[in-house]
Design a protein around this ligand. Sequence first.
Ligand code: FAD
Length: 247
Amino acid sequence: MVGADGIRSTVRRLLWPDAAGPVRIGVTAWRGVTPAWDEDIIVAISWDRGAEFGMVPLADGRVYWFAAVNTEPADSAVDELAQVRARFGSWHDPIPALISATDTVLRDDLACLDEPLTTYVKGRVALLGDAAHAMTPNLGQGANQALEDAVVLAAVADRPDGLAAYDRQRRPRSQRVAKASRTIGRFGQQLDNPIAVASHGDVLAGIGSSVLRSPSRVATSAAASPRPGSRHAPTATRWPQCESGRC
Ligand SMILES: Cc1cc2nc3c(=O)[nH]c(=O)nc-3n(C[C@H](O)[C@H](O)[C@H](O)COP(=O)(O)OP(=O)(O)OC[C@H]3O[C@@H](n4cnc5c(N)ncnc54)[C@H](O)[C@@H]3O)c2cc1C
């Protein structure tokens, strides 16, 4: 049996009763997608104290964006888009326009499995995806790691030692990625110290690329232009490999 039932996995709770469950990390995140966008957009993340806003042009011409702030967990607001506008509407261009063009947003109070499991396999049961290694989204790797799990599991499933091989191959890498993602969040979006916030872009890019072993994914820091009349001039990190086209 494969337990692929997400961060609040019932399979994990029943068969791994001693494992610590997910913990909230004190961050609320919103995600949205704009309609087709005419202007050029580069993949970029802008930071302020305890907050970030990221944008990613999609292959079909729309723009995916995400926003996150340090918060206490709270009930969903009646109008989540208004919450985003209130928090990020005075940030630099094109952030206000991206928010205004968006109809609906997803909101999540972020959580992760802070204590890594000692095994992903018990008897004939294997955990996969967030059930095994729910991580913060700072590296954009939760679903990617679930897919890697699935590929490896499918490749070894009919071997006598298949589940042990799955655990051996997948646990170290997925837990390393989860740890790096948590670290990037702590020293990135969650940072509240103004001096640290101003200088952390290159450090974060270094952590991410060393774990994922993808040298092309190295970011460069760039000062984002403040919006006229805006108090916010967050630092921005650009992903150069995406500048020539949409990602
Ligand atoms: C704000 C945010 C941004 C993210 N950004 C990215 C990103 O850019 N890139 C990336 O790779 N990942 C990202 N992720 C992470 C990604 O969403 C998850 O890692 C991924 O969805 C995990 O997939 P999963 O199949 O393991 O779990 P889930 O997607 O949670 O699916 C679990 C499924 O199991 C079902 N289920 C639960 N309990 C039962 C039950 N008892 N019986 C039957 N079915 C059950 C659920 O209904 C659900 O369909 C992000 C997450 C968040 C919150």
